[in-house]
Write a new protein. Structure first.
Length: 168
């Protein structure tokens, strides 16, 4: 309309607009193909984090039980939730709920310090999955809200893999 009102050549204007739209479509396809590598990388980072956390849990927690079964406090290892036994602590209640899901036992006893660390590692993995999913959505679609689907997928994968790897 503007080209017609200004007395310009409408055909050349429409050809230029069509050419620019084609260039924009090609640019968008190229951007999506380049960013899809980063989406895959974010999922790999999530799996790697789960593997590291479960590996640390499988290596460190048995060391606590074998090296000093009754003398954990003598080697400087303390369970922060054992101090919350007199009053209620929200963080320790959350970790206690996680320990109950995985049937790990009471997290507030010093003898069962492994359940505290297992619950803590699981919580760290879930938090990492949620934020990694939000970043993935921001990278792939330009919106952190769009990353909620990635967060849900990663959290489910984290829960399932952590449940399997910790219990076996």
């Amino acid at each position: 309309k503007e080209a017609y009102l200004s007395g310009g050549d409408i055909i050349s204007t429409l050809e230029t607009v069509a050419e620019n739209m084609t260039i924009l479509d090609d640019y968008e396809k190229e951007r999506k193909s380049l960013l899809s590598e980063y989406v895959v990388l974010m999922y790999i980072i999530n799996f790697l984090f789960i593997g590291i956390v479960v590996g640390i849990n499988k290596i460190m927690v048995p060391v606590f039980r074998v090296e000093a079964p009754g003398n954990l406090e003598m080697i400087g290892l303390q369970n922060p939730c054992s101090f919350c036994s007199q009053f209620s602590c929200v963080f320790c209640d959350i970790l206690g709920g996680i320990a109950a899901i995985f049937k790990l036992g009471d997290i507030k006893s010093i003898e069962n310090i492994g359940s505290y660390y297992t619950s803590l590692f699981f919580l760290m993995a879930i938090v990492e999955s949620i934020f990694c999913g939000l970043v993935t959505g921001e990278i792939s679609e330009g919106s952190a809200i769009a990353g909620l689907k990635h967060s849900i997928i990663m959290a489910i994968i984290t829960f399932g893999s952590f449940f399997i790897l910790v219990n076996f």
